[in-house]
Design a protein around this ligand. Structure first.
Ligand SMILES: Cc1ncc(C[n+]2csc(CCOP(=O)(O)OP(=O)(O)O)c2C)c(N)n1
Ligand SMILES: [Mg+2]
Length: 370
């Protein structure tokens, strides 16, 4: 059985574990509507996630990595971005993507195996889902550097990744470059205590992930990643700094959102094989949805009637996205040779020709068993 030193950060927290405001915390300068919008997106992410896991169990979608427990971190940080800012996600960041306007239908198509799921609408500032752990940090730094080269620094590139990704060479290169060349980046680490079955204390001997930023010459801070108000506040600050018009002040920043993956790594994983149930229980008590809902109710922003209405509203969006994804026209198998090379190399053309001849000879149903 693995162990983890996954502890709450000593630093920034605004909501206490029961959804009350901590004595030392001032409420954010956010309108009622903005706070309820943030909660609604968290509710959407939670209910979408649950539905997709059930679609997987019914054989209607492929393997899927739930973001259960990450709702506050992803939604509140994405809400702290301005219209011109960008989200550069991993594979577990559909919350941040949906808050950024990436269609739910496309997320579903991606996990149904359709390349079309990776198409980002022109008006959405996001890169597609990225399954190669940590490589997106370099994409984020590169995009930000392109703006610096063009002398057009208007956007911040907010990159999402996990605790495991911080051990990748990609991360060290991206951070080093960002520190030296002052790229407008926010590096948003969701430290959920585990990289599949590898606990946080086998990932790095550093006391925190945030402190790694100091070696690269910029600030790193820990925040309670299950507290949406704290995440919102720190991300606003990071965005402000990254965009500071004074070149001496403008710096990238690393945020370590300390949280917990309340679900499995993916629908193909059984976490009970490697982590103790009492650890999961401990973190479930800090469920970001429960805390935020309590805060909204205590402050008169939510009641049973509004909660019911919000649930109906987000479920309708989810139903619509599932219908749209399931009525997507099935792709032709020959498309597996597309989308990687502008000019298909000879060996892939040969393989495509073999596939075609097999299909002509046997038909597409030859391997389908009753
Ligand atoms: C380059 C690369 N190496 C290995 C993998 C296999 N893999 C998928 S997820 C994962 C763990 C990543 O953990 P973390 O960064 O903590 O993110 P989390 O899944 O916890 O959100 C690994 C090793 C991969 N997808 N890409
Ligand atoms: Mg992790």
């Amino acid at each position: 059985m693995g162990t983890t030193k996954q502890e709450l950060p000593a630093q920034l927290q605004i909501l206490d574990d029961d959804g009350g405001l901590r004595d030392d915390a001032e409420e954010l300068a956010l309108s009622d509507d903005a706070i309820v919008d943030m909660y609604t997106d968290m509710l959407l992410a939670r209910r979408f996630d649950r539905r997709v896991v059930s679609l997987n169990r019914q054989g209607r979608i492929g393997s899927f990595p739930p973001m259960y427990g990450h709702e506050a971190a992803q939604i509140a940080s994405a809400h702290a971005l301005a219209d011109e800012d960008w989200v550069i996600p991993s594979y577990r960041d559909h919350g941040a993507l949906m808050a950024q306007g990436f269609p739910l239908r496309n997320i579903l198509l991606y996990y149904m195996g359709y390349e079309a799921g990776n198409a980002v609408p022109d008006d959405v500032n996001a890169l597609p889902i990225n399954g190669s752990v940590g490589s997106q940090l370099l994409h984020a730094t590169g995009m930000a550097w392109a703006d610096v080269l063009r002398d057009d620094v208007d956007s911040v590139y907010c990159c999402y990744f996990g605790d495991g990704a911080t051990s990748q060479g990609f991360a060290q290169e991206a951070w080093n470059f960002a520190g030296v060349f002052d790229t407008p980046n926010v590096f948003f680490c969701q430290n959920n205590g585990w990289a599949i079955s590898v606990p946080r204390d086998r990932q790095t001997a550093a006391e925190t992930i945030a402190q790694k930023a100091h070696a690269f010459g910029f600030d790193g801070v820990q925040v309670d990643g299950m507290d949406p108000l704290a995440v919102y506040r720190i991300t606003r600050e990071a965005v402000r700094r990254a965009k500071d018009p004074d070149p001496d002040q403008s710096r990238p920043m690393l945020i370590e959102a300390v949280l917990y993956r309340l679900g499995a790594h993916s629908t193909a994983d059984d976490p009970s094989k490697y982590r103790p149930e009492d650890e999961v229980e401990k973190w479930r008590e800090r469920d970001p949805l429960v805390r935020f809902e309590q805060f909204l109710r205590d402050t008169g922003r939510l009641d049973d009637e509004r909660q019911d209405a919000l649930e109906t509203e987000v479920d309708a969006q989810i139903d619509e996205a599932i219908d749209a994804a399931e009525s997507f026209e099935a792709a032709d198998p020959s498309q597996m040779f597309e989308h990687v090379y502008a000019n298909t190399p000879d060996h892939l053309q040969d393989q495509a020709a073999v596939l075609e001849s097999l299909r002509e000879r046997h038909g597409d149903d030859a391997l389908v068993e009753d």
